[in-house]
Design a protein around this ligand. Structure first.
Ligand SMILES: Nc1ncnc2c1ncn2[C@@H]1O[C@H](COP(=O)(O)OP(=O)(O)OP(=O)(O)O)[C@@H](O)[C@H]1O
Length: 247
């Protein structure tokens, strides 16, 4: 009963999920709760299972055991597609189309009216500073511009939950700051819940909660301050080193 209630209160509720590829156990039985209106940072070394975990939350991959509830609905649920803005690690873009046409394609998928499309495209392009490049074909975009367009696509339908897999890789420090300001604004003013994976320590410090994943298990979790206190560390880099390095 308690689990069901907390499953409704949390934006994301993960109960004892596991996943293996052939004989390799990539996610060990893992439980995790992500509160509504918070930024949750998932950290861990390459290959520890971050993307696998995210794909199961988004409903793109089935877990072998356990259950995932998003906004009170058990995954997979088609109605969640519009509620989750997902930015994958590798860009899934139509390179022969312009940035604007890519955004229009996704806006149409979500059934937006013409005026709504225009408004959301303007907003999303401005956030990632692509407004002046929207009519250029994506094949002429740099790697960083493609990442920014992918982030704009994740924002396009005004989802309640943003799930962003290393969104700031290849983005310059100034734009990174403004992306983070917008994520914090979205949380505070628009009550969004954000799950983000990162390798960058100053980004980890900006999250409300952190989960450190290693070999498919959460080995430490808490607020950045709690983790620093627990590991008697002054900086977040130190927390990682004390947990055993390798991040
Ligand atoms: N479809 C798949 N088939 C087989 N093995 C897979 C598959 N997807 C992921 N893996 C394996 O599962 C493990 C975890 O991969 P995952 O992509 O989740 O890691 P990650 O933490 O996101 O890594 P990175 O930070 O490098 O992106 C890796 O050993 C990977 O090779």
């Amino acid at each position: 009963m308690t689990e069901r209630v907390s499953g409704l209160q949390n934006a994301i509720h993960i109960q004892d999920i596991s996943k293996a590829f052939k004989k390799k156990q990539v996610i060990k039985p893992l439980s995790l709760q992500i509160e509504r209106e918070s930024i949750y940072g998932l950290l861990g070394p390459s290959g520890c299972g971050k993307t696998t975990l995210i794909k199961m939350i988004v409903g793109m991959m089935k877990c072998d055991a356990g259950e995932i509830t998003v906004l009170g609905k058990r995954v997979p649920d088609a109605s969640l597609l519009a509620e989750i803005g997902y930015m994958a690690q590798s860009d899934a873009l139509y390179t022969e189309l312009t940035g604007r046409q890519n955004l229009e394609f996704f806006a149409k998928l979500y059934g937006m009216s013409k005026s709504e499309q225009k408004m959301r495209i303007e907003y999303a392009a401005e956030i990632v500073q692509l407004s002046n490049d929207l009519d250029v074909s994506v094949f002429a975009y740099s790697g960083g511009m493609k990442r920014r367009l992918s982030l704009a696509i994740a924002l396009i339908q005004n989802p309640k939950i943003l799930i962003l897999d290393e969104p700031t890789v290849g983005i310059d420090p100034l734009l990174k700051q403004s992306v983070w300001k917008e994520l914090e604004r979205l949380k505070k003013e628009e009550q969004k819940t954000i799950l983000i994976t990162t390798h960058v320590m100053d980004e980890a410090e900006r999250c409300d909660q952190i989960g450190m994943l290693r070999e498919g298990q959460i080995i430490a979790s808490g607020t950045p301050v709690e983790l620093k206190t627990q590991y008697n560390a002054i900086t977040f880099d130190e927390v990682f080193l004390k947990i055993g390095g390798g991040f």
